[in-house]
Unconditional design. Structure first.
Length: 420
């Protein structure tokens, strides 16, 4: 959101600056302003030199994630300057995958090599993993994912994450130390709490179809709020000592930027941040009144989906092995249920498998938590026109189905008895 404001100011001072225009298009993409992003990028395709190349690459990504497949195919057929860039081969493989998955697998094998550069190697590699999985080559998919994680994931401080969870658990176990509200209540804020690949995108896309709810995707406000607490030496032991005036200032770290994302006419704003589970005491202390919608999934399904997917390796380096994923799932489950309950955060808990089996009743429970009536539109998330920039972007463009339940059984040989 800081970048959103900054680029506005840059364009005000230099309206025709092409680099600022490219940044504006990238930010519009992240914020879901797809038509504005596409329009600006198409105009930048005629810019001089490297800028036109970058515009073409970014436009191919926007069209891919927005499921505007015909436009992506036309962009490639136009043979602009950007198609000479190695990243254009990835866009071409994605188009091919829709009708000729075998040919796309062959193309991706040529792209997903270390000599392509770490970023392209990793992204193309995980595209290859997904196609191999769909083709039933489960051993091949697992082997490619293992190699990608081993060669492109930097060291991750998993012990530090576990210690942070243990510190929060110790805080919650002592009733006298539990954080209490230190700021005025926020209104119309709902936060989805769940691990990656646990069904958070499906739940958000369902509820976003309700006329009173506006989803905003993975807003980074909770992380910024938490980082502010850490920088002031208040996290987590001193939350109960925050003065009300200081609490109000910190609350604005979250709510200030949120105001730019609110959808007109929507009573509730739905934040799908993936880090909420690590900051629940901060939510209770500084965002009283916020409602949490908690979703969990079979940990083995969740784990294999994480392992076979491309996440930012700097933020999610713990996904590089099933063993480290299990440690994070254990930490998550040791904290979240107790925190939501003992902190008094108004919440509703949903099991992914139950949501898929009976979406109407579980969606109704979530809506009731927001004091909203049921609306049949929430049962058709595939009709949601809002672009999705998570790894579930393809799944949620299909009707609700149980296709991913039990997926881990295709990789049962990778799971030991410690998962039982």
């Amino acid at each position: 959101m800081d970048a959103d404001r900054d680029v506005d100011e840059c364009l005000r001072l230099a309206r025709l600056e092409p680099q600022a225009g490219l940044m504006r298009a990238q930010i519009d993409q992240r914020l879901g302003r797809i038509d504005a992003s596409v329009d600006r990028l198409q105009r930048l395709l005629s810019a001089p030199g490297a800028l036109a190349v970058e515009a073409g690459v970014v436009l191919s990504e926007v069209l891919h994630f927005a499921h505007r497949h015909e436009e992506l195919a036309a962009l490639l057929s136009a043979r602009g300057a950007w198609t000479a860039d190695p990243r254009a081969a990835l866009a071409a493989a994605r188009v091919t995958a829709r009708t000729q998955p075998g040919a796309a697998i062959d193309a991706l094998r040529k792209i997903a090599v270390p000599s392509s550069g770490t970023v392209l190697y990793r992204i193309a590699g995980f595209d290859l993993v997904q196609l191999l999985d769909r083709a039933g080559d489960f051993r091949g998919a697992f082997a490619v994912a293992t190699a990608l994680h081993a060669s492109t994931t930097p060291p991750y401080d998993l012990i530090g994450l576990e210690q942070a969870v243990q510190e929060q658990r110790a805080l919650l176990e002592r009733e006298s130390s539990r954080p209490t509200p230190r700021a005025e209540p926020v209104h119309g804020v709902a936060i989805i709490v769940g691990l990656p690949r646990s069904g958070t995108t499906l739940l958000e896309q369902m509820l976003d179809r309700h006329p009173s709810i506006g989803g905003i995707g993975e807003y980074e406000g909770i992380e910024r709020l938490g980082e502010t607490l850490v920088s002031r030496g208040l996290w987590p032991r001193s939350l109960r000592m925050i003065r009300p005036d200081a609490a109000a200032q910190i609350q604005v770290v979250y709510t200030g930027a949120l105001s730019r994302l609110r959808r007109p006419g929507r009573e509730w704003t739905l934040d799908k941040t993936l880090s909420a589970w690590l900051w629940l005491p901060a939510i209770a202390c500084l965002l009283p009144g916020a409602r949490c919608l908690h979703i969990e999934r079979d940990p083995r399904d969740c784990a294999i989906s994480m392992f076979l997917s491309h996440f930012n390796p700097n933020w999610y380096g713990w996904m590089s092995t099933l063993a480290s994923i299990r440690r994070v799932v254990e930490a998550y489950r040791s904290l979240v249920h107790e925190a939501l309950s003992s902190l008094g955060i108004p919440h509703e808990s949903v099991q992914y498998e139950a949501l898929v089996e009976d979406p109407a009743s579980h969606a109704a429970r979530c809506l009731n938590r927001l004091s909203l009536p049921m609306d049949p539109a929430v049962l058709a998330p595939e009709a949601n026109t809002r672009a999705v920039y998570t790894l579930s972007h393809e799944q949620v463009r299909r009707p609700i189905n149980p296709g991913s339940i039990g997926r881990w059984r295709n990789y049962s040989w990778a799971f030991g008895p410690e998962w039982d």
